[in-house]
Design a protein. Structure first.
Length: 274
């Protein structure tokens, strides 16, 4: 029956095409109807050629390529951008310029850029090379160690910084509030419990095991957060950071998610907790 239905479908399609090709005047009418209803969405383009970037060194020293200006404009206008250029295309300068423009134009009051630990020195140089007068607060790995973290986070919160530069290894030590963390845990558990309610008896047992493992994971994360809180440092929400740039963002992939689908290529069930 399925094969017969598909054969009829193909026949109707062929007859329809034959009918159209025999009537040119109808083709134009239908083309207009199709374009009006379905084909009128144009993908947005981002043109940053108008950007002046006050505070940046003169173009005779460092001149942006068009794609760099476009990327900065996209960041400024969308607020959530992946810079997926090839290596060497200038992503570092794009992020620095975007952070400085966000501060200058009031889109953000304090931008943080977190970068691989081994690149912290070169990033510090690049910020000052592109914006010599930038108010930059750059941390080394040791600056956010347990015995110094309280002072370091107070400096972030109380300073009027254009850019705060933090290595990846220290970024993970900036704890979020208990309320924010609990909201994430609640969402994870809600998704699992909803799946358990709708599952058959055989799958319920499997999902209950997943839930138990998830609860263990939550307990470990909460204990780690409580240990970190003993230094009385400020939480992320108290730092005043309202724009975040992540260099080498793939280092933060594989966040936890729940799905009942199994054995799908590319769908990793591991999570990085980052």
């Amino acid at each position: 029956a399925d094969l017969a239905a598909r054969a009829n479908q193909d026949l109707v399609r062929d007859l329809w095409m034959q009918y159209l090709f025999e009537r040119p005047e109808l083709q134009d009418k239908l083309l207009d109807v199709f374009n009006t209803r379905y084909n009128r969405i144009v993908e947005r383009t981002y043109d940053g050629s108008h950007l002046k970037l006050p505070g940046k060194v003169d173009d005779s020293v460092i001149k942006f390529h068009p794609h760099q200006s476009n990327a900065v404009w996209r960041i400024l206008t969308t607020g959530n951008t992946l810079l997926a250029h090839e290596v060497g295309a200038g992503k570092t300068f794009e992020m620095i310029a975007a952070a400085m423009e966000m501060k200058r134009t009031g889109r953000a009051s304090k931008a943080m850029i977190t970068v691989p630990t081994y690149l912290i020195g070169s990033w510090r140089k690049d910020v000052m090379k592109l914006y010599p007068d930038a108010k930059l607060l750059a941390f080394d790995e040791k600056d956010l160690a347990a015995d110094r973290r309280k002072v370091a986070m107070a400096r972030i919160a109380n300073g009027n910084w254009d850019i705060v530069l933090v290595p990846h290894s220290s970024f993970g030590l900036l704890g979020v509030s208990a309320e924010r963390m609990q909201a994430v845990f609640d969402r994870w558990l809600f998704e699992l419990e909803a799946a358990i309610k709708g599952a058959d008896e055989m799958n319920v047992k499997q999902l209950e095991k997943v839930k138990a493992a998830l609860q263990d994971k939550i307990d470990r994360l909460r204990a780690k957060a409580e240990d970190r809180a003993t230094d009385n440092a400020l939480t992320w929400e108290e730092l005043g950071v309202d724009a975040l740039f992540i260099d080498e963002a793939h280092a933060f992939k594989n966040l936890f998610f729940f799905t009942e689908i199994e054995n799908v290529r590319g769908l990793s069930r591991s999570s990085s907790d980052r």
